[in-house]
Design a protein around this ligand. Structure first.
Ligand code: GDP
Ligand code: ZN
Length: 307
């Protein structure tokens, strides 16, 4: 008589540490597993199994556990190598949205950096949300005005204060039950927000995306933080260090959503770079004030960038 095959359990990879994968198989139930056979070979390229992957794990008689299969991904946040070199490197899988946290003040928001985060989200075809934190430090009307170009471009903008709790329930609603990459410059309040949304998480202030600089090319693997209200927040250290992630200039004009409705109105149509061409509808909209000039300047700077 043959033994029935031991059952496989389905789970979500929270992170990997030195070849050991932490796989969440249920609420507060995390297994450690290693990769088996073919998967192990394929992992040599580095991204066969990443945080966010849905996997099947097998429990062996000796108590060890192995990842046997990976479910096809619904989405990926990937970094492409510049100038069409090696293929993209996947940072995290099965993500629903990118939430970019910026402080309304302290530090002063660098909106050109926000534009870069948004371009990375767009290039990965992930919806982006802007969370403006520390709203307690400014006049909310001023903050609304400052971030108005982002609402105009179609991005949801939420004003919150991790400190006073203003806007927190709306922010929580955006995160619960979803798979979210939470990013933004350090000091914007990502750790504080997560602690406020999920008391007991006990993240040290500054803990989210604390990048350990061991050298220029150090990237720290992503990790998923389970939310009690459902879903996960993915912390992707180093996301902001990555410049434009090898995004092709020819693609860039597609990554500013407010340009898209106008592109057929440019004299050169889809071929228009919106930089120097005559009769450019995007530049006309900038002059008319219906597209934010600073957003266009960000775009122009990225087009000229050689990063
Ligand atoms: P992170 O680097 O993005 O994780 O930011 P932290 O959560 O570490 O916060 C950076 C600093 O901003 C800390 O000193 C926090 O106490 C402070 N901070 C965070 N959220 C708020 C807020 O809503 N209002 C104010 N006034 N300060 C905040
Ligand atoms: Zn144009």
């Amino acid at each position: 008589m043959t033994q029935p095959a031991p059952p496989r359990r389905k789970g979500t990879v929270l992170r990997s540490v030195g070849g050991v994968y932490e796989v969440e198989v249920g609420p507060n139930d995390v297994y450690e597993a290693s990769l088996r056979g073919r998967l192990k070979l394929e992992q040599r390229t580095g991204d066969r199994v990443v945080a966010g992957d849905h996997v099947e794990i097998l429990e062996h008689e000796d108590g060890s556990r192995t990842i046997e299969a990976v479910t096809p991904r619904t989405s990926e946040l990937a970094r492409r190598s510049p100038r069409g070199g090696r293929r993209a490197k996947v940072i995290v899988a099965n993500i629903d949205q990118v939430t970019i946290v910026f402080a309304a003040a302290h530090p002063e928001p660098r909106l050109r950096l926000l534009d870069r985060f948004l371009v990375v989200a767009e290039a990965n075809q992930l919806p982006a949300v802007v969370l403006v934190n520390k709203i307690d430090l400014v006049d909310p009307a001023d903050a609304a005005l400052r971030f108005a170009p982002y609402s105009a471009a179609g991005y949801p903008v939420c004003m919150v204060s991790a400190q006073t709790g203003i806007g927190l329930s709306a922010a929580k609603d955006r995160l619960c039950g979803r798979e979210t990459v939470l990013t933004g410059p350090s000091g914007a309040g990502k750790s504080s927000l997560l602690n406020a949304i999920q008391p007991g998480l006990g993240l040290r202030i500054g803990e989210v995306s604390e990048v350990v600089h061991k050298g220029r090319h150090t990237t720290v693997a992503a990790r998923l933080i389970p939310l009690e209200c459902g879903g996960h927040v993915a912390d992707t250290p180093g996301l902001r260090e990555l410049g434009l992630w090898g995004i092709d200039r020819d693609e860039l004009r597609e990554l500013f959503p407010e340009f898209l409705p106008l592109r057929l109105d440019c004299r050169f149509g889809r071929g228009c770079t919106h930089i120097h061409e005559p009769a450019c509808a995007v530049r006309a909209a900038v002059d008319a004030g219906s597209i934010d000039r600073a957003r266009w300047e960000s775009y122009a700077a990225m087009m000229l960038d050689d990063g």
